[in-house]
Design a binder for this molecule. Sequence first.
Ligand SMILES: Cc1cc2nc3c(=O)[nH]c(=O)nc-3n(C[C@H](O)[C@H](O)[C@H](O)COP(=O)(O)O)c2cc1C
Length: 181
Amino acid sequence: MNMAYTPASQTFIDPALLRRALGAFVTGVTVVTTRGPGGAPVGITVNSFNAVSLDPPLVLWSLSVRAVSFDAFLRSSHFAVNVLCQQQLSVSERFAMSGGDKFNGMNWRPGLADMPLLDGTAASFTCRSVHKYPGGDHLIFVGEVIDFERSTLAPLAYAEGSYAELGKSLRSERYTRIPVV
Ligand SMILES: Cc1cc2nc3c(=O)[nH]c(=O)nc-3n(C[C@H](O)[C@H](O)[C@H](O)COP(=O)(O)O)c2cc1C
C-alpha cells in the first residue's frame, strides 16, 4: 500500500502542540483486537475509535504505521473493538505496551470470526474490515459491525493525556432547563 502523503500546506505544525490541543477532545478508551497470522490474539490500546454510520453499521479507528501489530491488522479480515470500563485502566496500560504477550493472564473469549473479546468491558463491537485508507503516519480502518454487546459498566474516559471517570451525567440536568412553551 502506498502510504506517501504530500501536505497541501507548507505551514509547520508542531506535532507535540497538536497532540496537546487534540487532547481537548474527550474520548473513550478501547482495546482493538485481532488474530495474528499464526492465530495468536493481538491487541492494542486505541482512542481514535469513532462511529461512522448506523445503516450500514460502520465504525473507524486509526493504527500507527509504526505499531508492532500493524501487519497483523493489515492482513486480518476482522477486528474487535473492546470499549474499556472505568475499572480497566490497567488493561489500557497493558495493551499500550509495544509487543509482547499482552493477553497472558487476561480473561478473554473468542467471539464471532474468532475475534478476541475481553471480559468486563463496557461494550464490544466485532467488525469485518471493509476499507483501509492511508492517513499520514496512521492507517484508517473502517469496519462493518457484525456483532456487538453493551454492559451496564461505566466507560473509561481519556482527555488531556490522562484517564478520567465520567461524573454525573449532565444530560438530564441540561434537559430540565429547556423551557417548555
Ligand atoms: C489512551 C491511548 C490511546 C491510544 N490510541 C492509539 C490509536 O488510536 N492508534 C494507535 O496506533 N496507537 C494508539 N495508542 C498507542 C498504542 O497503544 C501503543 O503504541 C502500543 O504500544 C502499540 O502496540 P504494538 O506496538 O504492540 O502494536 C494509544 C495509547 C494510549 C495509552
